[in-house]
Design a protein around this ligand. Structure first.
Ligand code: F6R
Length: 260
């Protein structure tokens, strides 16, 4: 795991945007795995900014999002389809044929999950998988106890996840109980995994992911098995790391070193 620790959340976001931009420059037709959630909002703002400045292009990239709520149509304001449309796809006028999310409103969500994994494989697999982390250690919606060998499938959301995401829903709106999520095996097959975490509320999960045991108790700890995982943190999210001094010696101020 490569740990890049930046002082401020905006610095961590900028580093994450740079990692994605670099991947796109190296491979303009990259297959990107994308995430949603509050942490990702400034990342997409940064990508849109760089694309509009002509520094990068997503026009030839293909994307697959991590997850979608079961029961929500792509037009639903709280769906991840809408999140991506609003934040990235529409601002950059990306070809809808190249942007993929699983269909939360599929008549058979179980079959939809299997179709989605097959579509990722047919696209050649994911070059760069962007990830956030839940306060309970989830990646995608792989909640604690998820099989570390899981394919894309329907998962029941943890109470903590529904509570954390309640902020995106109106007071009288029901918060979905299920999601289709890329599995941990799907995520581990990506050629580069990039996880961004900011804020003190992520510190405990980050410490468990990086320094805790490899365990379904913290699904993100599966990234310890990933051959190329980059974890980008701000100081608050890094606060629980016992070996922080070492990580900062390897990558002072979150800078890349010439030797990986
Ligand atoms: C969303 C996703 C989730 C979030 C995580 C953190 O597509 O995969 O794992 O990354 O719940 O969410 P925020 O950034 O809102 O704290």
């Amino acid at each position: 795991m490569k740990l890049l620790i930046l002082a401020r959340p905006e610095d961590a976001v900028a580093t994450c945007v740079t990692v994605i931009a670099k991947a796109l420059v190296e491979k303009p037709n990259a297959v990107l795995g994308l995430a949603t959630g509050g942490t990702m909002e400034p990342v997409y703002d940064g990508l849109v900014q760089r694309a509009k400045a002509g520094e990068i292009s997503l026009a030839r990239a293909t994307s697959f999002n991590l997850d979608e709520y079961v029961g929500l149509s792509p037009e639903h304001p709280q769906s991840y389809h809408r999140f991506m449309q609003d934040r990235l796809f529409r601002p950059l006028a990306l070809d809808p044929a190249r942007t993929h999310l699983s269909r939360g409103d599929a008549a058979d969500p179980v079959a939809e999950a299997a179709r989605y994994d097959a579509a990722i494989a047919a696209a050649g697999g994911i070059d760069l998988q962007l990830l956030g982390i839940g306060g309970n250690g989830h990646i995608g919606f792989n909640e604690p106890s998820s099989s570390l060998a899981s394919p894309t499938r329907v998962k029941t959301l943890a109470r903590a996840t529904r509570d954390a995401n309640a902020r995106f829903f109106g007071a009288s709106e029901p918060i979905p109980r299920f999601a289709i999520t890329m599995g941990i095996a799907t995520i581990l097959r990506s050629r580069h995994a990039v996880l961004l975490a900011t804020g003190a509320q992520k510190a405990e999960a980050v410490a468990a992911m990086v320094e805790g045991p490899l365990s379904a108790r913290c699904p993100a700890s599966a990234l310890q098995m990933h051959p190329r995982a980059t974890v980008v943190l701000d100081a608050e999210a890094a606060a629980g790391l016992e070996l922080r001094q070492y990580y900062e010696t390897v990558h002072p101020e979150g800078q890349e070193t010439s030797l990986d």
